[in-house]
Design a protein around this ligand. Sequence first.
Ligand SMILES: Nc1ncnc2c1ncn2[C@@H]1O[C@H](COP(=O)(O)OP(=O)(O)OP(=O)(O)O)[C@@H](O)[C@H]1O
Length: 387
Amino acid sequence: MTAGATQLQQQTHISKLTLTNFRNYAALSIGLSPGAVVLSGDNGAGKTNLLEAISLLTPGRGLRRAPYADLAREDGDGGFALHARIEGPEGQAEIGTGIAGGDSGESGRRVRINGAAARSSEDMLEWLRVVWLTPAMDGLFPGPAADRRRFLDRLVLAIDPGHGQRALDYEKAMRGRNRLLTEGSRDGSWFEAIETQMAETGVAIAAARAELARLLAAMIERLPSSGPFPQADISLDGDLEKALGSAPAVDVEERFRRALADGRDRDRAAGRTLDGPHRSDLVVRHRPKAMPAELCSTGEQKALLVGIVVSHARLTGEMSGMTPILLLDEIAAHLDAGRRAALFSILEELNCQAFMTGTDAALFSSLAGRAQFLTVDHGTVGPTEDP
Ligand SMILES: Nc1ncnc2c1ncn2[C@@H]1O[C@H](COP(=O)(O)OP(=O)(O)OP(=O)(O)O)[C@@H](O)[C@H]1O
């Protein structure tokens, strides 16, 4: 067996995917290969739906952030089910998730791993990590900070599975504080308890983001300085993230707790908490052009994002031994032939399973013989003839 074959065997990948009543799929079961998987088909055929299904194999609402009830096929019973067989260095796992018919999905989706109910959806991270780039993210740099924060937190989650719970705990505490503010409560001990929790979880969130930014910046240095995917300078714009650069976490926590207490009147007037990691931003600059990312062309922004995502995939692989599965929706749309070829060879070098979609398989023809080509046709998926 060649060294390459051994490597491929160890790659974390989905080898089988089954969808039941998911979006436009009534029933689908497909075998998947490690490495690149190209999904081509007409507009509306169901390519993104397939990626969305895979994105639900990680905590959260998936790549469209759609309500679970919308994921259930329109003519179905109101529920949906996904099932995936994962193969990786740790062995094989069977992961299932979905909601039952008649369940609005508001209470969350169920997750089963190897036949047993998971304690939380974060248990899936023991088996695989999933990261995506979608056309909706083309507007990430000029768009709202909330989208960049979400992107950043997803990158953190892939290297630090505890991040999701931290974010949930912080949001829950903040909702509690906001409720006290809008109710006009003056109950000092209630505020103190909630603000202490916000300070603890908030600083932990900021510290995890700062650590990701530091590690990711080191990985981005490994991108060739004049290559097709430009080096990005990334930094975090947030009071806590900045303070952590020059003070120990316990001091930052205490400062944040005091700032929350001192800011009650101001926040009461605003009806919400105005300071905290829920207001932080990810700042990206195009290093070769010495320009903020949001001022770059659409193609340049896409190339920057690809550089960040592949650097992150490399980082995750090196840290966890598990390279994320990449979902690259319509990835070829803004990349010229040279950049496409460069992307394909980076993906091969990363040794990750990467799903790429496009209306035209020809854009991926240089991968012939090195990728699995599948044609998506309104609820069915089969091998692409003559890719
Ligand atoms: N809950 C649902 N039940 C049934 N069909 C659905 C549901 N949600 C979406 N669809 C259908 O799925 C199709 C969209 O699929 P998808 O977004 O995956 O297309 P695509 O192949 O990525 O297309 P494009 O190339 O245009 O991006 C649409 O025809 C839409 O009507």
